[in-house]
Design a binder for this molecule. Structure first.
Ligand code: F6R
Ligand code: MG
Ligand code: MG
Length: 370
């Protein structure tokens, strides 16, 4: 039977400010998920953290969007929130936007990346977790993994990748989706996903007739936007993604290679600034400089009948040191712009931050110009 991997995350309290997750929250989450594993609901789990986000990676046989699994995640976040409140951590329960669980955790605040697939003889899996950025931050790296021949050598030289992949792209403002075939529609794909605050890659599928079943996703990204749920700025939609690798898919190193750029993403300081995304080791995922710069960590696993053999801290590799140095230089350069665009986000993207409240107060000061 198929395995389902569910990566569900929420910020339920920062320590201090929005910098990291207190170990008490991780202990509490491990306690709740251990019970679910003992009860046989979960095959396995790993509790991790990136910045102020508590990350629950779970495997099971129940499929995606399954109430029982989402309920376990919700209960875990609620109990971690109680812990956060007892320690007066910052923004305790911040991402839990509803009072009671009602069958599906989507639209309730937490971010969700789930996929169900047939576990291969050997199944390498990477869980990516970002802090201080938004779902569109995954557009560039996911595109490069599955579509860019300058990134993924396999697209050129391996017949099992040579036909390309199918991209499922969501318009997250209009709640619509479109499937596009790559490389045939590469330019159309880029026309959309370059606008990363609106069009986001949700899933990637293999093409029919290849090594892998074409109906089973090989990558999935959380696309939840908090302000759409809350109707106001309540923090950033720090995203997560799951990516499978090897044997007809990008190699592990082709999956990681796009992050060597340190590309510019939105969401730094108050969800209102652009800055470079720094790939870093688990122990360095505590963004404190100007609440950043934005971070991404990568946890690598081999699946073994649903068991998570890992994690390996994939960005701990010294080969990403130069990326980190460059990111630090870009950090200085961007910071020097202070409140000016394009360090600060353009006005239309500031709509869901606290800036409109300031502008509203200034509106009455204006008089007709000649
Ligand atoms: C949180 C974030 C932070 C906060 C900032 C202000 O995800 O990006 O930069 O926006 O620390 O936080 P408040 O408004 O809670 O004081
Ligand atoms: Mg926070
Ligand atoms: Mg966060």
């Amino acid at each position: 039977s198929k395995v389902t991997v569910s990566l569900i995350k929420a910020d339920v309290g920062g320590w201090p400010g929005h910098a990291s997750v207190h170990p008490a929250l991780i202990d509490k989450a491990e306690e709740v998920l251990s019970e679910a594993k003992s009860a046989g609901t979960l095959i396995d789990f790993k509790v991790m953290a990136c910045g102020d986000d508590l990350e629950l990676l779970m495997t099971h046989r129940l499929g995606t969007d399954e109430a029982e699994i989402h309920a376990i995640a919700w209960e875990t976040f609620e109990k971690a929130t109680a812990e956060a409140k007892s320690l007066k951590l910052y923004g305790a329960g911040q991402d839990l936007l509803c009072d009671a669980f009602s069958g599906n955790i989507r639209g309730m605040g937490p971010g969700v990346a789930e996929m169900q697939f047939t576990e291969r003889d050997a199944e390498p899996l990477v869980a990516f977790m970002m802090d201080k950025t938004e779902p569109g931050a995954f557009n560039l790296p996911i595109f490069r993994m599955f579509a860019d021949p300058f990134n993924t050598a396999g697209l050129v030289i391996d017949p099992s990748l040579h036909n390309g992949f199918i991209f499922e792209i969501w318009d997250i403002l209009d709640h619509k989706k479109v499937f596009m075939s790559c490389p045939e529609e590469m330019y159309n794909i880029l026309a959309l996903i370059g606008a990363k605050s609106r069009y986001v890659i949700k899933r990637v599928y293999p093409k029919p007739g290849g090594k892998l079943p074409s109906e089973e996703p090989v990558a999935v990204v959380s696309t939840e936007k908090l302000y759409q749920t809350a109707g106001t700025y309540v923090g950033k939609d720090d995203p997560v993604a799951l990516v499978r690798a090897q044997s007809g898919l990008p190699a592990l190193g082709e999956v990681l290679e796009p992050f060597a750029l340190g590309h510019l993403v939105s969401g730094w300081m108050r969800g209102s600034h652009n800055g470079p995304l720094m790939p870093c080791a688990f122990e360095d995922a505590h963004p404190t400089r100007f609440d950043g710069p934005p971070r991404v960590i990568a946890a690598g696993f081999q699946l073994c009948n649903g068991l998570l053999i890992g994690p390996v801290d994939l960005f701990a590799d010294v080969a990403f040191d130069l990326t980190r140095m460059r990111v630090l230089e870009i950090t200085d350069y961007m910071r020097a712009h202070g409140p000016f665009e394009p360090h600060r986000l353009p006005l239309e993207d500031m709509e869901y931050t606290t800036l409109p409240h300031v502008l509203k107060r200034l509106a009455e000061r204006f008089e007709p110009a000649e």
